[in-house]
Design a protein around this ligand. Structure first.
Ligand SMILES: C[S@@+](CC[C@H](N)C(=O)[O-])C[C@H]1O[C@@H](n2cnc3c(N)ncnc32)[C@H](O)[C@@H]1O
Length: 398
């Protein structure tokens, strides 16, 4: 079965974080809109979105999507139960336009199949590729279309149910690497950028007020939420693996409406080192006079003035768990008291451990939230750094 459909369309599989397939699909549709392209069918599965697109449109998505981890180009899927067939298939597939005669890094997985020996699978494909490259060297014209300073994109080989699927990783480094790593200051326990983008998207979907909101992170660390808020409508500025075979796409990056979605932002953290890192990472917000940043202890600092937090105010926070404060281990109730007393946000999104969402502690926190006219409008479980957590959004109902 060929998965490159016709001369116009290619099949793409966009890998997205588990539990965020819906917001990733909404983002994808927005971006396709900006590219004046619409698709009826997006197949949503656990951790991925599959759709057919013209090759250049699929590749351009690398620059524009904030929630996915990578964009895979599906090359071929075929039934395969023996090595001679795998070799033959490899030797006969038209690889030149993508690999330009160079051996890619090969990643193999094999499940529920007769062929399970990943080392032998890789060997067979390498041999097939070598023989193919000998028989079909790339033309000069084809080589000139790519950027030879980059390595070829990685080839993923996935065996499942006696079917072999070949995919190219057109992104290269995962898309949550927003720019060259050296440019970013990182502290312990930051949330991954694409997860922060997904949470912000969910959060913004809940905002029903028309005025531009203030965005607050009272335990901001290296500033991931605020930098993602800034970056929502900016294309990624970094290289992608596809540029190895196509350095110039047939269409330009679309002009996104990159008006900032918030009136301004407020950053606090108890740690001066975190503040210094955040101020480095949030330089564009500082440059545009959109950031109010300082050190501050959430449990000690005075309440914000009304002017600083004129509604709508959106507060998002990834608090430290299991940390002991002077009054003992931090609890959900203490967090809610501190956040509501200091900020009275219109919407409040917290990442909390799964076990905080049940039992007596949840009961106490809910009772307090209700007494202050807050109600839960969304709960979204996901994994953060291997930990089961839930993103909970409360809305102020007055
Ligand atoms: C898990 S980190 C999250 C940081 C940020 N959201 C991110 O993803 O990069 C928690 C942050 O809370 C800060 N913090 C701990 N106790 C605090 C307090 N009492 N007031 C303000 N910030 C605090 C820590 O310094 C740390 O930077």
């Amino acid at each position: 079965m060929h998965t490159i459909r016709d001369s116009k369309n290619s099949l793409f599989f966009i890998v997205v974080p588990l539990g965020f397939e819906d917001v990733a699909q909404t983002e994808l549709r927005h971006r396709l809109n900006a590219l004046s392209y619409s698709v009826a069918d997006i197949k949503q599965s656990k951790g991925g979105l599959e759709l057919e697109l013209p090759l250049d449109i699929g590749l351009i998505l690398n620059h524009l999507l904030r929630i996915p981890t990578r964009v895979l180009l599906r090359l071929e899927k075929f039934r395969c139960r023996d090595f001679p067939k795998l070799y033959k298939k490899t030797q006969n597939f038209p690889w030149t336009p993508f690999l330009l005669g160079k051996m890619p890094k090969i990643h193999v997985t094999a499940k529920k199949s007769r062929m399970l020996h990943t080392g032998r699978i890789e060997e067979s494909i390498s041999k097939g590729l070598q023989d193919y490259f000998k028989a079909y060297p790339p033309s000069k014209a084809l080589l000139a279309q790519g950027d030879s300073t980059l390595p070829p994109p990685d080839l993923y080989v996935d065996f499942y149910d006696d079917h072999c699927q070949w995919s190219l990783n057109t992104s290269g480094e995962p898309l949550y690497f927003r720019s060259m790593k050296v440019q970013r200051y990182v502290l312990q326990a930051p949330i991954r950028e694409n997860l922060a983008a997904a949470l912000l998207a969910l959060f913004l979907q809940q905002n029903k007020l028309n005025d531009k909101p203030v965005l607050i992170d009272p335990m901001g660390g290296s500033g991931v939420f605020l930098s993602e808020a800034w970056a929502i409508n900016h294309p990624l500025d970094r290289p992608f693996a596809y540029q190895y075979f196509k350095k110039n796409l047939s269409r330009p990056l679309p002009k996104l409406n990159n008006e900032f979605l918030f009136s301004h932002t407020i950053y606090r953290d108890i740690d001066p080192k975190a503040l210094a890192a955040a101020r480095h990472n949030l330089a564009p917000l500082i440059e545009h006079h959109l950031l109010d940043s300082s050190t501050g202890d959430l449990f000690q600092s005075p309440a914000m003035t009304r002017l600083q937090t004129l509604p709508p105010t959106l507060l998002i926070v990834n608090p430290p768990y299991g940390v002991r404060l002077s009054m003992g281990p931090i609890t959900l109730l203490q967090l809610l008291i501190a956040l509501i007393e200091r900020y009275t946000p219109t919407l409040m999104g917290l990442i909390i451990p799964k076990d905080w969402c049940q039992g007596a502690e949840w009961g106490r926190a809910s009772k307090f939230a209700k007494s202050k006219s807050y109600r839960v409008v969304l709960t979204r479980p996901f994994q953060n750094g291997g930990l089961e957590v839930v993103f909970v959004i409360w809305e102020h109902t007055l």
